[in-house]
Write a protein that binds this ligand. Sequence first.
Ligand code: FAD
Length: 377
Amino acid sequence: MGEQQYNYLIVGAGLFGAVFAYRARKAGKRCLVIDKRSQLGGNIYCENIEGINVHKFGAHIFHTSNKQVWDFVNSIVEFNRYTNSPVANYRGKLYNLPFNMNTFYQMWSVKSPAEAMAKLEEQRAKAKALLEKAGVVEPRNLEEQALLLIGEDIYETLIKGYTEKQWGRKCTELPAFIIKRLPVRMVFDNNYFDDDYQGIPIGGYNKLIDGLLEDTEVCLKTDFFEDRDRLTAIAEKIVFTGAIDEFYNYRYGPLQYRTVSFETTIEDTTNFQGNAVVNYTEREIPFTRIIEHKHFEMFGATLESCSKTVISKEYSAEWKLGMEPYYPVNDERNNNLAEKYRVLAAKEKNVIFGGRLAEYKYYDMAPIVEKVLQMEI
Ligand code: FAD
C-alpha cells in the first residue's frame, strides 16, 4: 500500500461510519475512523447522567420491519422492548398518539370505531364545505390540507401549534404537500410505529457503536478539513459522512437545515411525566416536546429505584452555519443545490459519500444500517 496504510479512511464515527467500519474489518480491510467530536456515535451518542442514558442529540428510537437489519443490530447488542407511544399535552389535557381510538375517546368521548368514523366524516365534511364556500378547490397550504384530511378538532388541538413550532412558520404559509396523509387507527393502540421491530439497545446506543468499532483504530477530535491532504493520502479510499457542501468548500453556497436545541435538567423525582415523549401541541408553549430519558431503558422497579430523572425540552430553530445541522430543508433551493453537489460527488473515484450529511437526506437509523449492509466493501 506504500504511503497508503489504510484501505479506508472513514470520516465520521456516526452510525453510517461505524457500520461501514465493522463490515470492512470483517472483510479484512484496514480502516481508520476519524471524528471531529470528542465522542463516538454521531447523533446517537448518549451521555450518562445520574445513571441515565441521555440522548444528547435528540431522542432516538430504533424501528424497522427489516429482519436482516434487526438481527444485525441485535448481534452487536441486544435491544429492549421499548415501544414508542407518545402523548400530546394541549392546554393541560392529554391525548394519545398516533391518532387512534384512545385519541378519539379523549377528544369526543366516542367509544366505538363506527362512532369515531362518523365523527371524523362529519369533521371532514364540515371543513370541505367551508373551503368550498370560500372558493377553494385544491388545498393551498398545510392548514387547508390538514383540515380536509382530519377536520378542525384534531387539527387545532394536535397539529397546528406543534407544526408551527417545528417549522417556525404559520401552517397557512407552509405548503400542502408536507402532509400527504394523516393515518388514523380504529383500534385502541398507542404504538407509534407500524414496524415489526422496535427498541433501544440494552445499556444504550453507545454499546451499539462501541461494539461496531471494537478493534477499529479511531481518532477523535480530528477534523478532516484541518488536515485534508495528509488524511487523503493515507488511505486508498475515503468514506465521507460529513457535510457534502463543506467537502466542496461551499462552492455553490451552504445547504440549509432546521436545528433543535435542548434544555436538559436533572429533576429530583423518580418519574417526571410517566412517559418518554410528551408533545406540547399549543403554540404558546415555546418547546415542542419534553423527553424523559429514563423511560427508554428503565421499566417497573428499575425505574423507581433510580431516584432522579433527566428531562430535555426541545426547541425547534432556524439553523445558521456553525450550529448543529439536524433536518435538511427540502425546498426547491436546497434540493437544487444538493443535486449540484451530488453531481460533483458522482465524479469522485475514491470517495464514497454516505449518511445523512453527505447525502443531504433525512434517514432513520434502520435505513442507514440497511444501506451499509447492502454495500460492496
Ligand atoms: P451522524 O450521526 O451525524 O454522524 C456523522 C459524523 O460525522 C458525526 O459524528 C460528525 O461529528 C462527523 N463529522 C462530520 N464532519 C466531519 C469532519 N469534517 N471531520 C470529522 N468528522 C466529521 N432515527 C431513528 O431511526 N429513530 C429516531 O427516533 C430518530 N430520531 C432522530 C432525532 C433527531 C433530532 C435527528 C436529527 C435524527 C433522528 N434520527 C432518528 C436519525 C438518526 O439520527 C440518523 O439516522 C443517524 O444519526 C445518521 O447517522 P450518520 O452516521 O449518517 O450521521
